[in-house]
Ligand binder design. Structure first.
Ligand code: ADP
Ligand code: TYD
Length: 205
């Protein structure tokens, strides 16, 4: 089988990490060769970039600097992990990918969708996502869940105006992102899991 790249997207706290853990369990049990990774991060270099981006002390970071750091983290992850895995026929599940940059930096930080797409074309060097799953959940509910779980990072602390734009950006994502499936995140963890799994199975035939 040809390798596949699946991105799991959604606002902060929408349940991406929870769902990826369940997918990992399912695919390992069913003998798929699967790699789960995350953005920003997923390699030693990319995790260092992640720390810089999310550090609450970096309040002076410009939106363009932020965009380029996300793209730099992505370029390393694609080169070191994702492309080699796809070439070996593995399924790669990534917690966030380019759609996050389009929504957070392109739309919510007002840098523009086309500009962010351009930066990221260089970063991913021709790699295409086979399926994007978008877990849709209102930003207020997501941030409430997140605040219960941990101290909020720099992006999560960007204010409700910003997160409202992120949410609206995600809702318009099917207009600029191919092969995206929207899943209602306001349900039980197992219902969401079953819907995600049935979408993924369609592309693994
Ligand atoms: P994300 O990775 O999208 O930020 P997480 O998977 O870390 O989200 O989930 C954020 C919090 O919400 C966690 O405490 C998790 O247990 C909880 N959670 C995840 N999915 C659901 C759900 N469907 N209903 C209620 N709580 C959930
Ligand atoms: P993540 O760890 O997935 O946060 P969460 O678990 O809260 O969903 O992602 C870190 C933050 O980085 C998150 O607030 C979204 C943001 N982000 C961007 O702004 N642009 C990007 O390209 C990516 C990948 C993430």
């Amino acid at each position: 089988m040809k390798g596949k790249l699946i991105a799991i997207e959604g606002p902060d706290g929408s349940g991406k990490t929870t769902q990826i853990e369940l997918l990992k369990e399912y695919f390992l049990k069913n003998n798929y060769e699967i790699i789960c990774t995350r953005e920003p991060g997923g390699t030693d270099i990319s995790e260092k970039i992640r720390d810089i981006i999310l550090d609450n002390n970096n309040s002076k970071m410009s939106s363009m600097c932020e965009s380029l750091l996300y793209a730099a983290s992505r370029a390393q992850l694609v080169n070191e992990v994702i492309k080699p895995a796809i070439l070996e026929g593995k399924v790669v599940i990534c917690d966030r990918f380019i759609t996050s940059s389009i929504v957070y930096q392109g739309i919510a930080r007002n840098l523009g969708i086309e500009r962010i797409k351009g930066i990221n074309e260089c970063a991913v060097d021709g790699l295409k996502v086979d399926l994007t799953i978008l877990i849709s959940l209102d930003y207020e509910e997501g941030l409430k869940r997140k605040a219960k779980q941990k101290k909020l990072d720099r992006l999560e602390s960007s204010g409700s105006e910003f997160h409202k734009k992120v949410f609206e950006g995600y809702m318009s994502a099917p207009m600029f992102c191919d092969d995206i499936k929207v899943i209602d995140g306001n349900r039980s963890i197992s219902d969401i899991h079953n819907d995600i799994l049935s979408e993924i199975k369609k592309i693994l035939v």
